[in-house]
Structure formats: structure tokens, C-alpha cells
Design a protein around this ligand. Structure first.
Ligand code: S3P
Length: 170
């Protein structure tokens, strides 16, 4: 099996979905932000603060290089800006989890630990800033995706079935 790579905007549910898929399929799930945090022994927020965004992006590229050569048969959830790595297509089938900005915003701000979720995301500052970023990225996500799955108002199981059906076809 090709790796399944979940891309999409912050808060759309990439990590949650990857873990639910793992539990359902018995295929391991890994997350690029987790890989970066373990490689550096630093939280993403701290990397941004101490070293800046461009250093974080270089770590995403390093992670992409490792994934492309060393990881197979896995479900990989990614940070919202990971789609920019130059070899994304070498890692696996790219699945874009798509939803409207307001739906994503509600998902984050209405969640149980909303404060924590916002605090750990340095690029999710205000509604306006996050919306601007979303608008500048939407088309880019579409461009790199092999498969686009709209996740809005669907159950986790429905999304998983859709992803598996589409990735098995591709
Ligand atoms: C980022 C998204 C974050 C994390 C970092 C940068 C982005 O991941 O990688 O804060 O550029 O969109 P999530 O998409 O899991 O929030």
C-alpha cells in the first residue's frame, strides 16, 4: 500500500482522522508535527518562537525527505503548511481534507480545549489572520492533492470509508 498523506488547513481534523483510520484499519498513523517535536525535543510553538517559521519549514522538508525514503504502508497526518514540501508526491497518495473556513473555525473554537488548541498554533492568531491564510492556501491544497474529500458535517466513519474507497481506486 502507498502511504496515505492527509493535508489541509489547521484544525480540519487531520490528526484525529489519522488516528481513527489507524484504529479501524490496523495501519500505523504518524504525524509530521509529532516527528518534528521528537526530533528537536521542542514543541512547535517553541520552534516558531526561538528559531522562526523558515527554520520550522526546513524541518518539514527534512521530515518529508525522511518519509519519502523510510516510511511505507502508513497513514501520515501533516501540519497545515506541509503541502509546501517539494517532494510531497514521493511520499504517498495526497488526500486533501476540505472544509469551509467558518466550519473549521467553529470546530476549533467550540472544542473542549479550545484555548489550548489555539495557543499551540502560532499561525492561528485571530479570525481574520487565519481566514486570510486559509484563503491564500485553498487553491494550493487543491493543486497538490490526488484526492479531495469534503469532511464538513460527515461522521468520522463516513470520511474514512470515502478515503479508503478513493485511495484504493487511485
Ligand atoms: C501550521 C500548522 C500546524 C503546525 C504549525 C504550522 C501551518 O499544524 O504545523 O503550527 O502552517 O498551517 P496543524 O495543521 O496540525 O495545526
Amino acid at each position: 500500500m502507498d502511504n496515505i498523506l492527509l493535508i489541509g488547513f489547521m484544525g480540519v481534523g487531520k490528526g484525529t482522522l489519522a488516528r481513527a483510520m489507524a484504529a479501524k484499519t490496523d495501519i500505523y498513523a504518524i504525524d509530521t508535527d509529532d516527528l518534528i517535536e521528537s526530533l528537536t525535543n521542542m514543541k512547535i510553538k517553541k520552534i516558531f518562537k526561538k528559531k522562526g517559521e523558515s527554520y520550522f519549514r526546513s524541518l518539514e522538508q527534512k521530515t518529508a525527505d525522511w518519509l519519502a525514503t523510510s516510511v511505507k504502508n502508513s497513514i501520515i497526518s501533516t501540519g497545515g503548511g506541509f503541502y509546501k514540501v517539494k517532494n510531497i508526491k514521493d511520499i504517498g497518495t495526497v488526500v486533501y481534507l476540505q472544509a469551509d473556513f467558518d466550519w473549521i473555525y467553529q470546530r476549533i473554537t467550540k472544542s473542549k480545549n479550545a484555548k489550548k488548541k489555539i495557543k499551540k498554533r502560532p499561525l492561528f492568531k485571530s479570525y481574520e489572520d487565519a481566514k486570510k491564510l486559509y484563503e491564500s492556501r485553498s487553491k494550493e491544497y487543491e493543486k497538490v492533492a490526488d484526492i479531495i474529500v469534503n469532511v464538513q458535517n460527515k461522521s468520522t466513519n463516513e470520511i474514512i470509508e470515502e478515503i479508503l474507497a478513493k485511495t484504493l481506486q487511485s
